[in-house]
Design a protein around this ligand. Structure first.
Ligand SMILES: [Zn+2]
Length: 191
């Protein structure tokens, strides 16, 4: 079984290097990337949306030119373990998800995916081995059309910039009269 250009075990090493551990979520995500790409017409430009910020974006960034930084990868948090590759102009695409109903034969994988056991009680090597053995049998595929908001014509639209009257820093004017940080939704404690 290959994942992208890598042999399975080689991909596990790549994940360890990039992600900090051989996270089952990134490895399963790699299989999902392959499945999605195989179901798309060759030679088209595609964008990707991940439905979870955990693990999946790293699989996409390891295996495709799509990154959060270049905007070809986006996260729309539904918390479902799924990603979709889609034509960036039409929105037509393929969604791949990890199918809980297919996990019966894979107890370690099931316990990990459904968080049936505390992380300390789980054996990561066993989970990864089950991902390898399960191959493509544990994923579902469906055709989707993503919303206009995710298409290239929308994401490249002009957004005016303002200087925040409170902090003086530049921010996207459509977010409000002041920047989000000065409205209280930034990441830092104040005072
Ligand atoms: Zn501000």
């Amino acid at each position: 079984m290959k994942i992208g250009q890598y042999a399975f075990d080689e991909f596990v090493d790549k994940v360890r290097e990039f992600h900090g551990s051989a996270a089952p979520g990134v490895i399963a995500g790699g299989v999902m990337v392959d499945i999605a790409r195989e179901h798309l017409p060759q030679g088209k430009l595609y964008d990707v949306v991940c439905e979870s910020a955990k693990c999946l974006p790293d699989a996409v960034q390891l295996l495709t030119p799509c990154t959060l930084g270049n905007g070809w990868l986006k996260v729309c948090e539904t918390s479902r373990y799924a990603l979709a590759f889609f034509d960036k102009y039409t929105g037509e695409g393929v969604r791949v998800f990890l199918d809980a109903s297919a996990l019966g034969p894979w107890p370690a994988l099931r316990a990990w995916f459904l968080k049936e056991k505390a992380k300390a009680e789980q054996d990561q090597a066993e989970i990864v081995e089950e991902i390898k053995k399960a191959g493509r049998s544990i994923y579902g595929i469906e055709h989707v059309r993503v919303k206009r908001d995710f298409l290239a014509s929308r994401t490249r639209r002009h957004r005016p910039v303002s200087l925040c009257p409170s902090c003086g820093e530049a921010y996207m004017a459509d977010l409000g009269q002041r920047c989000p940080a000065c409205m209280g939704t930034g990441p830092y404690e104040t005072g």
